[in-house]
Design a protein around this ligand. Structure first.
Ligand SMILES: Nc1ncnc2c1ncn2[C@@H]1O[C@H](COP(=O)(O)OP(=O)(O)OP(=O)(O)O)[C@@H](O)[C@H]1O
Length: 506
């Protein structure tokens, strides 16, 4: 058995209101590819940010090459030989690839006085060793994302790290580029490096990993040799939470289809999406974050231009090219980023609530009736039980849950036929969540078609009549009834086909 290069023991880390890591253990051996897997929010990025010196653990110990170490900042991690390629690239767009690499080397003074020629020949040498081709004189902003990522990798390889952390490096890459990255990883391993790889793709875990460690809700679950497990085993390690008793009993949708999306395509984001929603139905959209869910909502709502695709309500194809047209056609959107997209934070609660109905009335050339505006906002306050001191206060003075009710209240002014909820309960407390679930149910019961995306899988399971799972910009499966399980959803969210799953047949 090869020797252990890293051991992290009993690591705890909290952020305000969240225990991101609870007494977590994590270790890897020299020369292996260790995959770290788990649902969104499991704590994967957090532990690796601690390892790379970006965050400090609240408690716990780290041993690197057998020695106890304290990693106070990224520079210390770098000096130890630990390097991380982040999900968000860190290159300066207005500089060339070479300049970006000098920038990362200069502070280390590894090369003494800056001898650019010497650095450049070291860069060429590293690229030769790993078979990476890059034009060093190109401005970063002119490179495609895949090449930018290569530049990022060269930037860390030049420092000859022992342990390299890759946080979802393939998420923005096309198949050919992924194969190239795998080759580079294999060369890294043959040069004696150790790799930690966060992945959200089953195929990739099995193709590139030697072992896999699974986290769930901030806790360590298990570590297994890839060669000794199946895809089913891995999914089972990631799931298994119990459904909290905070969801109302499921609604009974009617048969009539009132909303349809047909062959929706948005270049680079969405591929051939078709689905329908019945009157009174709650359709949950699931999948790991970043697989096109927000783009789907924005494309339906006319914020993101569609290349092809029809949006149909009540049998009639709609021309929706912007949010105003969407509103006119009876579509409402509760956006994920309520503070920036959903509200005018410095305006009053009353103004926020009335803004859409006000706009509609203005368009019709009707005098804005202050009394009506007041009545509407009072009605909404009652209907949604918005807790507030005065309708004249700034909306920013409300709690997250009440702000979210205002976002919804303002949308309800148009009596929508379809409401799109993007992450409706993110960042609000459990009691406010429960209220929101009831409001969504009431909407469905009144005949509205509700479409909801949430990165909280249990919320999707607890609320939806059917669940459409997104993977890489398309809907990989639509589940209903007994099929709606955490395991099935994770299976599809990790890019596997349910048809191949264990003994289950569709
Ligand atoms: N800087 C931060 N401030 C507040 N909360 C945070 C911060 N970083 C992470 N969290 C929270 O800590 C928990 C773990 O997050 P983390 O990003 O480590 O999960 P993850 O497994 O990497 O998820 P993903 O697959 O979505 O990247 C989540 O609940 C997240 O919201």
């Amino acid at each position: 058995m090869s020797e252990e290069i890293l051991r992290m023991s009993h690591i705890c880390k909290s952020f305000p209101g969240v225990k991101a890591l609870k007494e977590v253990d994590f270790s890897c051996k020299k020369g292996e590819v260790m995959v770290l897997a788990g649902e969104n929010g499991a704590g994967k990025s957090t532990i690796l940010k601690i390892l790379s010196g970006l965050y400090q653990a609240d408690s716990g110990e780290i041993f690197f090459n057998g020695k106890a170490v304290k990693i106070k900042n990224p520079l210390e991690a770098q000096k130890m030989g630990i390097a991380m390629v982040y999900q968000e690239l860190t290159l300066v767009n207005e500089m060339t690839v070479a300049e970006n690499i000098y920038l990362s080397i200069e502070p280390t003074k590894k090369f003494g006085l800056v001898d650019r020629k010497q650095i450049e020949s070291s860069i060429q040498e590293v690229m030769g060793q790993y078979g990476i081709e890059l034009d060093l004189q190109t401005m970063v902003k002119d490179l495609p994302v895949a090449q930018q990522q290569m530049a990022e990798i060269v930037k860390i390889l030049i420092r000859q790290p022992e342990l390299i952390i890759l946080d979802e490096p393939t998420s923005a890459l096309a198949r050919k580029e992924v194969t190239q990255l795998y080759e580079i990883i294999r060369s890294m391993i043959s040069m004696g490096k150790t790799i930690i790889f966060i992945s959200h793709r089953l195929e990739e875990v099995f193709e590139i990993g030697d072992r896999v460690t699974v986290f769930k809700d901030g806790s360590y679950v298990d570590t297994k040799k890839i060669s000794e497990i199946t895809e089913d085993d891995l999914i089972r390690m990631m799931v298994g939470r119990s459904l909290q008793n905070i969801f109302p009993e499921k609604t009974q949708p009617e048969q009539e289809i009132i909303f349809q999306v047909k062959n929706l395509n948005v270049p680079k984001h969405l591929r051939d999406i078709s689905f329908s929603v019945r009157r009174g139905e709650i359709l949950g959209i699931a999948g790991l974050q970043g697989h096109g869910q927000t783009e789907l909502f924005n494309a339906i709502y006319g914020i993101l231009p569609r290349e092809t695709g029809e949006i149909i309500t009540a049998g009639e194809s709609l021309k929706i090219g912007n949010a105003k047209q969407a509103i006119k056609q009876g579509l409402a959107l509760v956006p994920a980023d309520r503070k920036n997209e959903g509200l005018f934070l410095l305006r009053s609660i009353r103004e926020n609530l009335a803004i859409i109905s006000l706009d509609q009335r203005k368009k019709l050339g009707i005098f804005i009736d202050g009394k009506k505006e007041k009545k509407f906002s009072l009605d909404m306050k009652e209907k949604l039980a918005i807790k507030l001191a005065s309708l004249r206060n700034e909306v920013a003075s409300l709690s997250g849950g009440n702000q979210q009710k205002v976002v919804l209240g303002k949308e309800l002014a148009i009596n929508p036929k379809v409401v799109l909820f993007n992450e409706p309960t993110r960042g609000i407390d459990v009691e406010a969540k429960r209220e929101f679930y009831n409001i969504m149910h009431d909407l469905a019961r009144s005949g509205v078609a509700v479409i909801m995306y949430s990165s909280d899988l249990m919320e999707v399971i607890g609320m939806s009549n059917r669940v459409a799972v997104m993977y890489e910009g398309t809907i990989s499966a639509v589940l209903q009834g007994e099929e709606i399980t955490e395991e099935n959803i994770m299976y599809c969210a990790y890019g596997a086909s349910l048809a191949n799953k264990g003994e289950r047949t569709l």
